[in-house]
Ligand binder design. Structure first.
Ligand code: ZN
Length: 322
């Protein structure tokens, strides 16, 4: 008995859609972008929420940071809320729909797409954010997940981002991958992946969208991230976020990309399941079996929610203690 898209569980909206309209006029001349400066020399930290309009736990956390009045001890923090236009279309009756308006904003990050003449609203907004991205020495992109999965830090392709996430000591799972088949993420763009540069880009997948847990995980990650950049004083970190945990690494080696819209799962996968046997059927794509290509295969962020031809519906990896 396979699980189809229509049989997926629907999750409660534990955290209501936050009002961030008061954050529109920041101090940068670009809507929903705020700059907090220390006056002392130091790195530039970019913190971003709402890359996907329906993933608002990061927006809750960044607006709390602004409300608290915290400032960097040195250098600069830039707080951006990227796809606010999609976020504003959020409808609790169809909460996944507000992920983007015209195009997934975390797939537009190539010079080719950004410089082409385009009416795509996500591309236009992305262009407005480029000056801030170019400034950043450290970048944290706050996301959440389609399924109630354990949080994970996506460290992308560079060793330096992975090492930084290890120094953070949170979350438990560090995921190394090459990105998506259908376009580049911001952590895979510009200086963040330039071997000649030192800029670091990380992406946190904090837990299920709209869950209380996802807000807590985002906040924990944010504090550990800022502390590790050396721009947050120790006494500003709430005691519950001082904690470091022992970590594991999941290296993604394979992506299962949908050939058709008719992808079904062999079980209701939530992610981080370890499938012992090689050649185990985990899904079907228009009736064709999709099998694990190696033993002890970890399923990373499986989801049928946005499945269509060309979209990754699960990544496969191997797990090791670090
Ligand atoms: Zn996302």
């Amino acid at each position: 008995m396979f699980i189809t898209k229509t049989a997926l569980p629907s999750y409660p909206i534990e955290v209501g859609h936050p009002d961030i309209s008061h954050l529109k006029n920041g101090n940068t001349g670009v809507d929903y972008v705020h700059r907090l400066t220390s006056g002392a020399p130091g790195p530039v930290i970019l913190l971003n929420a709402l890359m996907h309009g329906n993933e608002y736990s990061g927006a809750v956390v960044l607006s709390n940071l602004l409300k608290k009045g915290l400032k960097p001890t040195c250098g600069t923090w830039i707080l951006s809320f990227s796809n606010v236009a999609a976020f504003q279309t959020f409808d609790p009756k169809d909460p996944d729909k507000s992920r983007f308006l015209d195009m997934d904003m975390n797939r537009v990050w190539t010079e080719e797409k950004l410089s082409a003449k385009s009416d795509i609203r996500e591309v236009k907004r992305a262009r407005n954010l480029i000056p801030f991205i170019k400034e950043a020495d450290f970048f944290l992109d706050l996301h959440s997940m389609h399924e109630a999965c354990e949080p994970m830090m996506v460290t992308g392709t560079t060793q330096r981002a992975y090492e930084f996430a290890k120094r953070m000591g949170y979350p438990r799972v560090l995921m190394r991958d090459e990105g998506h088949a259908d376009g580049k993420r911001l952590i895979d763009y510009g200086d963040f992946v330039n071997p000649e540069k030192a800029a670091i880009g990380l992406l946190i997948e904090a837990g299920h969208h709209w869950s209380v847990k996802s807000v807590e995980n985002s906040e924990h990650t944010l504090y550990r991230f800022l502390a590790t950049t050396g721009t947050l004083s120790n006494h500003s970190i709430p005691p519950q976020y001082q904690e470091k945990v022992s970590q594991v690494e999941v290296s993604v080696s394979n992506r299962c990309v949908a050939q058709t819209q008719d992808v079904q799962f062999a079980q209701n996968w939530l992610g981080m399941e370890v499938i012992k046997e090689k050649e185990t059927i985990i899904a079907s794509d228009s009736g064709e079996p999709v099998k694990t290509p190696f033993s002890n295969c970890v399923l990373v962020m499986p989801s049928l929610r946005h499945v269509m031809p060309g979209v990754t519906f699960v990544r496969l990896g191997t797990l090791k203690e670090i």
